[in-house]
Design a protein around this ligand. Structure first.
Ligand code: FMN
Ligand code: MN
Length: 469
């Protein structure tokens, strides 16, 4: 049984915004004053984040475009929970619900007519510059599309794949793309490239956050991420044939860029401010030609603020249930898994276990590294430690770890090619060193101090008017 439902409104971006406006207006800021797409938008988002504001921001007037920009949609946890139709619940409830929905995928359905094809632009009229595409960080090489979900199809299996791969804008109808070596999309693109064929890529811009959470789920190449998106939305994704390329796209998106790669062609792409908070290096990346742009009559353009909460929280949320499932196979006594903000929701993982025998903790750490190659640090604590509290985890490390025995390292292991501490950061090496830390209490440790029956004392009996701090 799944918890929560949002079946009473349209499960698309505008439907979600309308729902927020009616039920949770505190989740939105609207900016009507003109804002520059070069550093103006990112400047405002950066300042809001520094002030601990994680609302979605709708920029109604971005210089040079008459299309509104929806930003920061995935930066706040409550919004992601609302996206699953859950009005209440903590992070544990949310992750449990994500896990249930991931195990219950719903296949897409085909439709003939689609809102996203109300307007079709092809040929000389194609110009992506009409959308409010931004430049974010000082050394970025140009303007980047950062929240385009690319639909691709494996030519051998016919299975759909979806992921976000950023696109530098090269010209009105030409885009770059960064397909990390670690992404399924890279494997699919190489199959076309090796046979000298253009690879069809449909870039989906603007959709319901549950569509993002579902389609970005950690999964194998055998999983059709459109089915995972349907499962997360609890509603089949409605698909329509593209106008110019042999793919299908979600009918209820805001904008689609129908593209073909140009076989053999490469163009310099990036630097680009990346999720670790450092720049990703310039590379010679594939080039996409836009064959058609289709969109709704008054489309909304959506972006993601990479390197900030908007990008990081989503990435953490999508990996946690998979890590937990995998770790549980190696260590059945797992009670909680957290991928903390302090590790940029990617590099670190805190795992609580109800340890039965020594050695289990290292099993759990090794399993975490197997589950998610981007993890660099796995810290295993006892179940009395709150894995959502960094101080509590550091306290366990400080008091329960003997480094020579409880820490292990795995040098030259597969990690993130954007890790600034990799073996060759400038060259974008994906080789890193992993560290597992067993911060559980060992059997021969002295007992921890406690005061008998302190919990049963009613302090107001002794200190009249006493109130908890
Ligand atoms: C905002 C955002 C931006 C991302 N940018 C990229 C990117 O430029 N290149 C990339 O390979 N992955 C990027 N990712 C991660 C992939 O989208 C994610 O790992 C996806 O699940 C990969 O799917 P795949 O393995 O099925 O190809 C980004 C993720 C987010 C949330
Ligand atoms: Mn995939």
């Amino acid at each position: 049984m799944t918890k929560g439902s949002n079946a009473y409104y349209d499960l698309d971006l505008r439907g979600f915004i309308k729902y927020l406006e009616e039920k949770h207006p505190e989740e939105i800021f609207r900016v009507t004053k003109e804002v520059d797409p070069e550093f103006g938008v990112s400047g405002i988002l950066h300042r809001l984040e520094a002030d601990n504001h994680f609302r979605t921001v709708i920029f109604e007037n971005v210089k040079g475009s008459d299309v509104p920009l929806v930003a920061n949609m995935h930066a706040g946890f409550e919004r992601l929970r609302y996206a699953l139709g859950m009005e209440n619940g903590d992070i544990d409830d949310f992750l449990e619900e994500c896990a249930v929905r991931q195990e219950n995928p719903i296949p897409p359905v085909e439709v003939e007519r689609a809102p996203v094809q109300e307007v079709v632009v092809a040929g000389q009229d194609i110009d992506v510059a009409k959308f409010p595409i931004c430049k974010y960080h000082e050394l970025d090489a140009g303007k980047f599309i950062t929240a385009g979900l690319s639909v691709m199809r494996d030519p051998d299996t016919g299975i759909n794949n979806i992921g976000i791969y950023r696109h530098q804008v090269h010209a009105r109808n030409l885009l770059g793309v960064q397909l990390s070596e670690t992404a399924d999309a890279n494997v699919i693109w190489k199959k076309y490239e090796n046979s000298g064929e253009p690879c069809p890529i449909a870039i989906v811009i603007g959709h319901h956050p549950a569509f993002f959470i579902g389609s970005l789920c950690f999964s194998s190449m055998e999983a059709d991420e459109l089915c995972l998106a349907g499962g997360m939305m609890q509603q089949a994704v409605r698909m329509v044939d593209c106008k110019m390329i042999p793919l299908q796209v979600p009918a209820d998106a805001e904008i689609i860029l129908e593209c073909l790669t140009i076989p053999g062609e490469r163009k310099s792409e990036a630097p680009f401010g990346e999720y670790p908070g450092t720049y990703g290096p310039e590379r010679m990346n594939p080039v996409l030609e836009i064959k058609a742009i289709t969109h709704r009559r008054s489309p909304l353009y959506q972006n993601a603020f990479v390197g900030h909460a908007d990008n990081l929280l989503l990435s953490g949320i999508i990996r946690t249930p998979f890590i937990e499932r995998t770790v549980r196979i190696a260590c059945p006594t797992v009670t909680k898994v957290a991928v903390p903000r302090s590790g940029r929701f990617r590099f670190m993982c805190f795992i609580a276990i109800d340890r039965m025998i020594e050695g289990e903790a290292k099993q759990a750490a090794m399993a975490a590294f197997v589950a998610d190659p981007f993890l660099k640090f796995a810290v295993i604590v006892d179940q009395d430690v709150d894995v959502y509290d960094d101080t509590a985890v550091l306290h366990a490390i400080a008091t329960r770890v003997r480094a020579d025995r409880d820490i292990f390292m795995v040098p030259y292991a597969k990690g993130s090619p954007l890790d600034p501490a990799s073996y060759d950061p400038a060259g974008g090496s994906h080789l890193v060193t992993k560290m597992g830390i067993d911060a559980t209490r060992k059997d021969n440790y002295p007992a921890e101090i406690s005061v008998p029956e302190a919990d049963t004392i009613d302090l107001t009996e002794f200190i009249p008017g006493y109130q908890k701090n």
